[in-house]
Design a protein. Structure first.
Length: 118
């Protein structure tokens, strides 16, 4: 499984971006997909995740709740992260990860840089 993350860029505080994670497989719906981020000098942290299938279950780190929304379009084999009300502390490289349950395997995308600055 190959993942291509895109949509990063430079945005002012309070602005919005939408990240995309496109998969090379037609069965991305079979995977739990998550977004992670890594700020300079910090460890990679969990941001959001969405369940398999229709994505009825989502989970977020507390710092982005109410601002970020994860969703999936299985017809396009793509998972999105809509980021609103961005803050400078959201600046990081954002990675998507697809998790296969059996056998347990993680697939990572290459990352996309988000910079929030005035």
């Amino acid at each position: 499984v190959q993942l291509q993350a895109s949509g990063g860029g430079l945005v002012q505080p309070g602005g919005s971006l939408r990240l995309s994670c496109a998969a090379s497989v037609r069965t991305l719906s079979s995977y739990v997909v998550g977004w992670f981020r890594q700020a300079p000098g910090k460890e990679r942290e969990f941001v959001a995740a969405i369940s398999r299938g229709g994505g009825s279950t989502t989970r977020y780190v507390d710092s982005v709740k109410g601002r970020f929304t994860i969703s999936r379009d299985n017809a396009k084999n793509t998972v999105y992260l809509q980021m609103n009300s961005l803050k400078p502390e959201d600046t990081a490289v954002y990675y998507c990860k697809a998790h296969q349950l059996y056998p347990p395997t993680d697939y990572w995308g290459q990352g996309t840089l988000v910079t929030v600055s005035s």
